[in-house]
Design a protein around this ligand. Structure first.
Ligand code: GLN
Length: 305
């Protein structure tokens, strides 16, 4: 496994320098684009890493997998009344569909959907602080590492410049699909997105999705088998926004990206893979990260197809 990861790293290294780090979040715009890390954690607990695999970065939209897992746990099918599970075919921060689809986001992985999920968690706890606490506790439980924390500088930076998210939340509130105070919902959303993790922690944390909802190492059940299947399906069809089809075509695995430059991918029954390289392609997904996953599945023959 380590040999494959080394080979992948060698082949993507010449590509570093392509793409652009996220510009609309000032703290992320400062990040060195020429970084690469990749880690694999097998369901038996063995793990492998290359590059800067211990260096934390902003997980951004990858956090939407954790928050959605919790919301599905609390609301089950009722959640689908407020957020669908169809690909949007639009950028992650687009407003257009929301207007003609009555404020119901297409899926939980575009920003609008994740903001609704966040709102549902705040309602569940009747308290934004408790909702954030629950998300963070869950992330820590998933990777069995209590050091995971919110990077408040990044969260604050997003709060200052998150104009499109403010517009999305207001539009949905106008349609009656946000129940709580908009500032509180966005604060919570920006903070969950600003959790810092490294690729080793990320790949470890998603093992429950590779094992029917049960963490194979601790034996803890996080979600039902049916719900794990659904999350993986939505990751495959919506995890990369308007490039989800391309990611499925190239990589052949359920995956979720974040504008911090991270991507996680799930191999059901076998492993979870995380990759980091902060320069993004035009769809806001890690350019080198996507290529690395494509090489990994091509070289190993591992994919769900
Ligand atoms: N926090 C980011 C935002 O709301 C998450 C987007 C992403 O990672 N694609 O814009």
């Amino acid at each position: 496994m380590l040999a494959v990861l080394n080979e992948v790293q060698q082949e993507v290294t010449p590509l570093l320098g392509q793409g652009t780090v996220a510009q609309y979040i000032p703290e992320l715009a400062k990040v060195d684009p020429n970084q690469f890390a990749m880690a694999v954690t097998l369901t038996n607990g063995e793990s492998f890493g290359v590059g800067s695999f211990e260096k934390p970065f902003s997980i951004q939209s990858i956090s939407k997998v954790f928050s959605y897992t919790l919301a599905l746990r609390y609301y089950q099918d009722d959640l689908f009344k407020r957020v669908w599970r169809e690909p949007s075919g639009d950028p992650f921060n687009s407003l257009v569909q929301l207007e003609y689809e009555d404020g119901i986001p297409r899926n939980p992985f575009i920003n609008a959907g994740a903001i609704v999920v966040c709102d549902s968690l705040i309602s569940h706890f009747a308290d934004p602080k408790k909702a954030l606490h629950d998300i963070m506790i869950f992330i820590r439980e998933c990777c069995d590492d209590h050091s995971i924390a919110v990077n408040h500088t990044v969260a604050e930076s997003e709060m200052q410049c998150g104009f499109r998210n403010l517009a999305l939340a207001n539009l949905m509130k106008g349609f009656g699909n946000i129940d709580n105070d908009i500032d509180q919902v966005l604060q919570t959303y920006f903070q969950q997105c600003s959790a810092d993790m490294n690729v080793s922690q990320l790949s470890r944390s998603m093992l429950y999705l590779a094992n029917d909802g049960v963490d194979p190492i601790s034996g803890k059940t996080f979600i039902s088998e049916a719900q794990a299947k659904r999350i993986n399906s939505i990751m495959l069809t919506c995890g990369h926004y308007d490039a989800s089809g391309d990611f499925a075509f190239r990589v052949g695995l359920p995956g979720k990206s974040g504008v911090g430059g991270g991507i996680v991918a799930i191999v059901p029954g076998e492993m979870s893979i995380a990759v980091y390289s902060p320069a993004l392609n035009n769809n806001g997904n890690s350019l080198v990260g996507t290529k690395a996953l494509e090489l990994f599945t091509s070289k190993t023959g591992i994919s769900i197809f």
